[in-house]
Design a binder for this molecule. Sequence first.
Ligand code: DWN
Ligand code: SAH
Ligand code: ZN
Length: 424
Amino acid sequence: MKPETLEKNRYQTTNFPLRTHCRVCETSLVPFLDLGKMPLANAFIKPSEAETEYFFPLQCGVCLNCALPQLLFQPDPEQLFHQEYPFFTNSSSRMTEHFRLLASESSTRFLTMKQSPFVIEIGSNDGTLLSYFNGHGIRHLGVEPSKNLAETANHRGICTISRFFNSQTAQDIQASHGKADLILAANTFCHIPTTNDLFTSIKSLLKDDGVLIFEDPYLGDVLELNSYDQIYDEHVFLFSLYSVECIAKRHGLFVFDVERLETHGGSCRYYLSPNRNEITSQCLIDLRNQERSAAMNQIQTYRAFEKRIQKSRHDLCVLLNQLKKQNRQISGYGATSKSTTILNFCDIGPDLISYISDSTPLKQGKLTPGTHIPIESPEYFHSHKPEYAVIFAWNHLKEIEVKEQDFRHAGGKWLVHVPKVHIL
Ligand code: DWN
Ligand code: SAH
Ligand code: ZN
């Protein structure tokens, strides 16, 4: 089913040094999941590049000490985040609204008493979140290694440096701007493999009464929804409150509040500070208790997850092949990073899904990594309505269902793989 070109690639598992120990605490990792040979999730290619794609082994292990699943190999971050990184936060209007609210709530809660507060965002992407601080004249700085995004943000008037956040960047920021009152990061810390360097740097860059707020996809939701597509090259960790508290403790920080979020299929927002060590948040206490019964530090939990993933692959392949036999038109919706994991793991190519609709101009006209399904615009989707559309941007379902009511009215059906493979 996969295009022949894949077989020509000189991929050998032995070429990749797999991690044996936890990136945070150095405890031995217990391997539990092998999703096979995988291309970079966001390396959408031109047809002429099909012969030279890069593949790596997408495998996971878990540190049972920190209850922290992590990749056994992550490609060099410079290969992932560059001058043509194709994900833009503002591709979702609901995410844009989510970040407007985060800016407004965090300013009210933590900045109102401050004189000329300074806010830093790590992984600021196209500047969406910082634009709401900028709009209120708040001093801010975005740190964004993907050059095209940093440029986009600067053009919007959002002060952004194009660098990876690390101890050197933190020192330079402190020297030029001083320490921060608020450090924010959304869907970024799970991308950074050097967790201890990250937290040491934050601790040194944050004022003593400053606050760090970050949010990432939540391990509990990934396990519950079987959303194994959250596992790809960029997502080196799947965090939980337990693992974040382990990390915080090592770095002299306290998690003083948490919030569960619906974004990206279920996320958790963590509030940390160097000195707020009194826990008054009921949500935090409840989540700690909930996690105790979720056995996130037991290998059986991950073995069971692995079995559910195998079943999900089987069910998706059976369903798509059945529809294909009936000559149904099937497309995809949302050329997400997550779809790279599903398509490659399930071996789904253009013979099953004729194209994927995506609103990002940088992705249109290209092919999906590894499986070479053409990516088309939403306009193309509207004029070539399929009978079925696999929704790979399932985390944006509410937004997309409203936008694509005509698809439904014309008899189109959405197909989704979470929490199990089904037709909506
Ligand atoms: O963690 C990450 C998150 C924040 O964003 C990054 N590693 C990369 C990226 O992950 P993703 O690609 O899985 O994100 P999304 O937000 O699920 O991607 C949605 C895709 O769907 C985008 O390419 C835009 C597209 N889209 C669309 O075509 N029509 C999105 C919406 C909302 C739409 O209506
Ligand atoms: N915060 C945005 C973007 C998330 S995508 C949102 O939630 O929509 C992850 C972002 O992290 C990308 O823009 C990527 O370029 C950036 N990133 C990756 N490694 C980083 C690092 N070491 N320091 C700062 N940003 C990083
Ligand atoms: Zn560990």
